[in-house]
Design a protein. Structure first.
Length: 245
């Protein structure tokens, strides 16, 4: 239980108590958008354990009010607390408040609220808002939710259509588009393949989706061979990787 102390100071003290300096050095290199001095170095299992404990306290509500946060792990803690909310309306409300402050792919991809599974029809409207946003990680989050919750039993062609229409100069948006289509090929190959055959994506994203699809163990060798033939080659360049993945 947090006593009469500043909740931010308490959270930072706890996070630094979980610090792993070797992990900090390794993980910082994976997030070029986050200055190294803002990374404490807390492994995800330890952070999730703390979030589960801290989320049961009244101070967690106070912590959620404080934005922006100073440290990367504070953002991850915030994301874990929001993703763990059982009330759909509250979860969406807090996401809308928090997402504009997300500044890296790891925090963005950490959040996958379980409550969404029970509210797929109304969630779709929010996803449309998110992918139409201007902020990089709001868009990325929206695509991620389409990938997580709408590629199985409730699949509809209008979902990959939504993603295919996204055009961005942001690497972390385009990478998520590629990841979405690679996953869609693994789960809904026949339905999604025409998006690749018709080159519905920009060249870089198209090729990256094929690359990630070929790397997937869920796509057959025969399908991989065909996907390789659909890569867009640079004009005037003799490619040496015709059979590479």
């Amino acid at each position: 239980m947090v006593e009469k102390r500043d909740v931010i100071a308490y959270v930072q003290e706890r996070l630094f108590g979980l610090q792993d300096l070797s992990y900090k050095e390794f993980h910082s290199k994976l997030m070029p958008t986050v200055p190294a001095e803002r990374v404490i170095g807390v492994r995800t299992p330890a952070l999730r354990k703390f979030a589960k404990e801290f989320g049961k306290t009244k101070e967690a509500e106070e912590f959620l009010v404080h934005l922006p946060h100073q440290y990367y792990e504070e953002n991850n803690l915030h994301g874990c607390l929001v993703a763990g909310m059982k009330d759909y309306g509250r979860c969406v409300e807090e996401l809308d408040r928090f997402l504009p402050y997300v500044d890296n792919w790891a925090t963005c991809d950490l959040m996958s609220p379980k409550v969404f599974k029970k509210h797929l029809p109304e969630l779709l409207g929010k996803i449309e808002e998110w992918i139409a946003a201007e902020q990089t990680y709001v868009v990325r989050f929206g695509i991620g939710m389409l990938m997580s919750y709408y590629l199985d039993g409730g699949f509809d062609l209008k979902y990959p259509e939504m993603v295919a229409e996204i055009r961005s100069e942001e690497y972390y948006v385009n990478m998520m588009v590629a990841w979405y289509f690679a996953t869609a090929l693994a789960k809904q190959y026949d339905a999604v393949l025409p998006f690749i055959e018709q080159r519905r994506l920009d060249q870089w994203t198209h090729n990256k989706a094929i690359q990630k699809g070929v790397e997937s163990y869920r796509i057959t060798d025969e399908q991989k061979m065909y996907l390789r033939t659909l890569k867009i080659r640079a004009k005037g360049r003799k490619s040496a990787d015709a059979t590479a993945s």
